[in-house]
Ligand binder design. Sequence first.
Ligand SMILES: C[S@@+](CC[C@H](N)C(=O)[O-])C[C@H]1O[C@@H](n2cnc3c(N)ncnc32)[C@H](O)[C@@H]1O
Length: 262
Amino acid sequence: MLRQLAQVLRDRKQKPAMASADYWDDRAKSRSGFARSVWHSQSFSEVWDERQQAILRDALVALDGGLRGRKVADVGCGTGRITRFLAREGAAATGFDFSPETVKVADDETRAAGLDASFVVADATSGALPVADGVFDLSLAVGCLAVACRDLDALERSLGAMRAATRGGGAVVLLEPIHHGRFFGRVLREPVEGWVSAARRAGLRLVDRRGMGLLPVRAALSSVEAPPWLVRPLFDAGEGVLDASAWLEPLADYRLLSFRVA
Ligand SMILES: C[S@@+](CC[C@H](N)C(=O)[O-])C[C@H]1O[C@@H](n2cnc3c(N)ncnc32)[C@H](O)[C@@H]1O
C-alpha cells in the first residue's frame, strides 16, 4: 500500500509528462493490468470499467440505437479495454494511441481474447487521424484528451480530427476528466464550458451530458487496493448520488459529452 501511495505521489508530480508518449510507453512496460492505463487499484478499476461500459452503452443506444455493425474509432485507446468492449458489442473498432508500447499490449490482449479490432499508432493532437474522412459512424475518446491536450487549441484540433474522421450525422462521444482546478485537473485544465465551446468551433453540437465517478469516492479508492466488498458498495453509492440530479454533475471526476457531427 505504501508503494502504491508513493507511486501516486510520483504520478501527481509527473502530470505534465502525461502528454508525452514516453510516459505511457513506460507505464505499459513497468506496470501490469489496469494500472497501465486506468487506475492503480485493480479492484477500483474493475468497477470503474464496468460503470464506464454501462454509461457508454446507455449513451450510444440513446444516440444511435447501439453499436452493432457500427464503425467506431477509440482515440487514446490505451491497452484497449474500451476497444474490446466496442468489439464485444458488435462494432468494427479501431483503437488509436500515440504510445507504441501501449498499442502493442492492446493488440496482444485483444488477440488473446479472440476479438477482432485494429490498432494504429497515431497522435490525437496532430490535426488528423490516419484514415480517410468520414469513415467512422462514431469517434470516442475516454480519458485521453484531458491528458493529450496542453491547451484549448490542441483540444479544438483533436476534436476537429475526430469530427473529420466521422461521417456527417455521426457522433463524437467524450468520457473525460474535465476540471479547471490544479488538484483534480490533468494536463488540460479547462471548465466544461471551454470543452463545449472548443467542440462547437470544431463543428460538433452537444446533445447529451452527464457525470460519473463521485470525486471524494474516486479520489479515496483509486489509489490504494481496498477489498472489493468495500469498493463496490461505496462506488455504487457515489454513482447513485450523481444520478440523483443533473445539478450534482460538478461533483464528478469524469464527464460524458455526446456530440452530433453537423
Ligand atoms: C488514461 S489512458 C486511457 C486509456 C483508455 N482510453 C482507457 O480508458 O482505458 C490515456 C491514453 O491516452 C493516450 N494518449 C495521450 N495523449 C495522446 C495523444 N496525443 N495521441 C494519442 N493518444 C494519446 C495515452 O497513451 C494513454 O494510453
